[in-house]
Design a protein around this ligand. Structure first.
Ligand code: F3S
Length: 568
């Protein structure tokens, strides 16, 4: 079945900002415990995970003690709650979305100017409760236009909306208010992210046979999306996770549209998309029994990344002008990457628990084979490297100690804190550069311009690979509180940096070709392919995270293959 994924699906800027603030607070030395005032996002696994990292949910003042720190949610909190938290000698970090804060300011100003403030919103919702408090007794919630006349009274009226309400319903209420004799001010406070999300589901509905909305049952903006989906007349389904999809519901359908609420992590939406793609009519290679499981296992068991590393080594050998493809060196590289990545996956088990709990049983069943296989691979790679060159053995030992020492430090000594900013991504880039280029540099006598250019090309390619992986995992990294380049620089700057590095790599490759009198445009395939896949992902044409992962390393396979068959 074909799936159309909404471009606006997933975290909005306000939710991302709140998460970043929680992440930052967690990295500071809080004397007491760290709380969020209410659940940060509507996802039980994420809330449980945060609790395991000592970030708890406070529902009441009794949950808190002096010295604790509290981060508010993007919905905002009433001023008296903030005052009480401060009186309790708690450190308070305000993560109210700036757009919600703007509505609070509007409400307070008009209430103080003598207006009766009508709030079109959901009674009891955290954002609406805070707005009512900012109205200082002059506010009233209305759920529909039918409630307008009773609420309006005789005096001046200011009408605002909860930021995630339906714009059409707000317009209908506004129109009715304009026809009343009151002195009224109408301020459309619905957030543009809400507008775009709701407009897009209506647009997508025209081209699909059914709609799926992904998000928490207690998420107001997800409910609104679902109501809109139902109003289109197409079959509409609201799911919290992929496990809730029922294949019979989609029998005979050709195309399904998918969107998600503002606090739905992208990996949950991605699993829904993957499951839907396997349903319905029509042939797909991935429907052949076990093909998808095998492909998924190949990627998740780190064979795919290890193969990509070996291919990059073969390419580096060609760039250096070495005559053969060096299978022994490639094997060392493959075994080493497989070993280190598998050990890393075993240490970083929480990521999988959080992001794809349905796969836990599969990995639990192969885990007892994978770890011994990883240690045997590590040993084999060390023995083979010693056979090639004793200096290479020392390099591998340095990389292995660096990689495992980093993991050990993260897991046990530093308790989740980074030794230095973006240490994970630096460790990853050094590992990839080291294992893919140093073995081939050992085969040359001396270090000349060609060696330097090849080292830089591989270094930049490894760095771009790290950035692309960080971009892919930005939401999970944010929640898992991993230190990543993207979380440090922001998504836009990281994308720009990635593009810039690809351009520099292309330039260095051209320079190398001039130095070596090579005139094959094929050497530019890697930066071009990486750029191409990055654009595909940006435009949401790559919807599944497994396919995205495959696409990041695919250019290395293409170039490695060119080298193996003698095209370059
Ligand atoms: Fe803010 Fe709009 Fe999200 S108001 S919290 S960016 S839905």
């Amino acid at each position: 079945m074909k799936v159309k994924l909404a471009e606006t699906a997933g975290f909005c800027a306000g939710v991302k900002r709140a998460m970043d603030l929680v992440l930052r607070s967690a990295q500071e030395n809080v004397p007491g415990r760290l709380f969020t005032w209410g659940p940060l996002i509507h996802n039980p696994q994420v809330v449980d995970f945060l609790a395991s990292r000592r970030i708890f949910v406070a529902e009441d003042f009794e949950d808190l003690s002096p010295g604790d720190a509290v981060v508010t949610r993007s919905h905002g909190i009433p001023p008296e709650v903030r005052d009480r938290l401060k009186e309790m000698e708690l450190s308070v970090c305000d993560a109210t979305c700036p757009k919600v804060a703007r509505v609070q300011a509007i409400v307070r100003k008009h209430a103080r100017d003598g207006y009766r403030v009508l709030i079109f919103g959901d009674e009891g919702h955290a954002e609406v409760n805070a707005l009512l408090a900012f109205a200082e007794g002059a506010g009233e919630v209305i759920a529909s236009e039918d409630e307008l006349e009773n609420a309006v009274g005789d005096g001046k009226v200011c009408l605002v909306a909860q930021t995630t309400k339906n714009p059409d319903q707000f317009e209908a209420i506004s129109e009715r208010l304009r026809n009343l004799p009151n002195d009224s001010i109408i301020i459309d406070t619905i957030c543009d992210a809400t507008y775009n999300r709701q407009r897009e589901i209506l647009r997508i509905a025209k081209d699909v046979d059914a709609l799926v909305v992904v998000g928490g049952r207690n998420s107001g903006n997800t409910r609104r999306l679902f109501e809109l989906a139902e109003e289109t007349g197409k079959p509409a389904f609201w799911v919290e996770t992929a496990d809730e999809l029922v294949p019979e519901d989609f029998e005979g359908l050709d195309t399904v549209g998918v969107t998600a609420g503002a606090s739905t992590p992208h990996w949950i939406t991605s699993r829904v998309v993957e499951k839907l793609e396997l349903m319905g009519e029509g042939f797909s290679l991935r429907k052949i029994p076990y093909i998808k499981t095998i492909a998924y296992g190949f990627v998740q068991a780190n064979f795919y990344a290890a193969g990509a590393g070996a291919m990059l080594l073969i390419l580096a050998a060609r760039l250096l002008g070495l005559p053969n493809i060096m299978p022994l060196h490639a094997l060392v590289c493959f075994l080493f990457i497989f070993a280190i990545y598998t050990i890393r996956s075993s240490v970083d088990w929480q990521g999988l628990v959080l992001m794809d709990p349905s796969k836990i049983h599969f990995f639990e069943s192969i885990r007892r084979f994978m770890l011994p296989a990883a240690f045997i691979s590590l040993l084999c790679s060390l023995v083979l490297s010693a056979y090639i060159d004793i200096g290479l053995l020392l390099v591998l030992i340095f990389l292995a100690v660096g990689a495992t020492g980093y993991l050990y430090g993260k897991r046990y000594i530093l308790r989740g804190k980074s030794p230095f900013p973006v240490s994970r991504d630096v460790a990853e880039t050094v590992l990839w550069t080291g294992i893919t280029v140093i073995p081939v540099l050992f085969t040359r006598s001396g270090f000349d311009t060609v060696s330097l250019l090849v080292l830089l090309i591989v270094l930049f390619l490894s760095l771009v690979r790290t950035i692309l992986n960080s971009l892919k995992d930005v939401e999970s990294d944010r929640i898992l509180m991993r230190d990543s380049i993207v979380l440090l620089l922001g998504e836009r700057l990281s994308r720009t940096a990635g593009m810039f590095l690809l351009a520099v790599t292309a330039g260095l490759t051209g320079w190398l070709c001039l130095v070596r009198n090579l005139y094959s445009p094929l050497f530019l395939v890697i930066p071009l392919l990486m750029f191409f896949f990055h654009i595909l992902h940006l435009s949401r044409m790559i919807k599944s995270s497994t396919i995205h992962e495959i696409s990041i390393d695919f250019p290395f396979y293409v170039m490695g293959l060119f080298a193996v068959i003698g095209l370059i």
